[in-house]
Design a binder for this molecule. Sequence first.
Ligand code: ADP
Length: 465
Amino acid sequence: MPSWFYSIRFRLITGFVLVLTLALVSVSLYVGVAAQEETERFQGDFDRIQADRLERLVSQFYSSRRNFSGLQTVIEQAGSLYGRRIQLRDMEGRLVADSHERFGSPGQLSERKRQLVSIRSRGNEIGSLLIVPSDIPEEAPNPAVSRLASSVNRSLLWAGLAAGVGGILLISLVSRRILAPISVLTSAAQRLGRGDLSQRVPTSTRDEFGQLGRTFNSMAEDLESAEQQRRRLVADVAHELRTPLSNIRGYLEAVQDGLLQADKTTIDTIYQQVLHLTHLVEDLRLLALAEAGALSMDLSPDSLEEVLRKAVEAFRPRAEAGGLSLSMEISSELPLVPLDRTRIAQLMGNLLENAISHTPQGGSVTVSAERIGDVARVTVADTGEGISADDLPQVFERFYRVDPSRARTTGGAGLGLTIVKQLVEAHGGVIRAESTQGKGSRFIFDLPLASPSQASQAGTRGDKG
Ligand code: ADP
């Protein structure tokens, strides 16, 4: 089949022609039947008036003469005047006068078409008149009706042809206009498929095509931003790997050239760089898994307080070495939370690491936890340097560092908070940051509590254990 056969325009035109033909045929049938009925009704009225007149004529004639003689001429004249065959019979049924004598007796006509009129004179019945519609005995279609019907049908046919041609032209024009966005969309989608992600289509209309265009544009925007993100990520990863690698290379070349001794200090320095690289690669792997939703999580209702306490204790020596006070405020009624101990310890590690390294000597870091409605809220607050309002919205983004030059020396690659956010979300929670520059920061995350059935199952397991 040719491709135009499947086109929407061809289907629209075919549909229109079918509907038009159906409408014309039904109107033509209706007009034919209605015209026939109307003409018959009119003919019936006309026949009755004729019959009344004839009856009066014959009755007056009879009254003046007291017999029927001489009526043959009158009946013949009336027959040719009315275009009817008229027969007059007396009370004994004898034919007294016939308007069309030479045609013999009139053929069998249906009761509906023949009229039998009784003639009265001074109250007595004196005979009857038979009036037959046509002077030709056999049934012939009424020429007036068939003329009217065929003239109406002819007009309908011409009107239908004119409407058909006009309609097809109109549909071609209108469908070209309506379907124009589809061809624009098709070419845009083809170019998008070939890799040109800047493709957008005009979306001025408010109809379904406008909606389709807007959906296409938002899809193209998503694809473009995903592609930009991918490129940025590759560039960032390459950039982050390059620094430790060139450091290692620099040390090794210096040793090769005899500028540096391959002693413990040099090997330690190189080892630190390798460690940094290993961390970076491990963080990237974790992030990639979390973003793909493929992070293996062992969620079971557990005591959040216990996990938080262990994390805090692990950092106490570091805090004390830095001259900071590290404290905990846990509300007494903290219910069980479905959590993966390793992941929570990991995210708390990142938050505490940041808080301790960004808080000067004499400051404090506080971890608090409480129940708020159906979530457990954990806050890691510090009295450190804080984050500016410009930087705050971006701290959870990959590779975002407030002070890139300083952070590189301290080893942060800007992945810590991104991983924290992914891990909180993997627990079905949310995280946000509040900060006032020069006063301190608060990282607040909410974790959904265990449902009563989960909690009771955990209780049973705990009892057995
Ligand atoms: P990194 O691994 O480099 O520390 P993060 O993603 O953990 O990266 O943090 C992103 C940025 O947010 C860092 O550059 C750091 O300066 C800033 N930041 C994170 N936590 C704090 C905090 N508690 N106080 C001040 N700045 C912080």
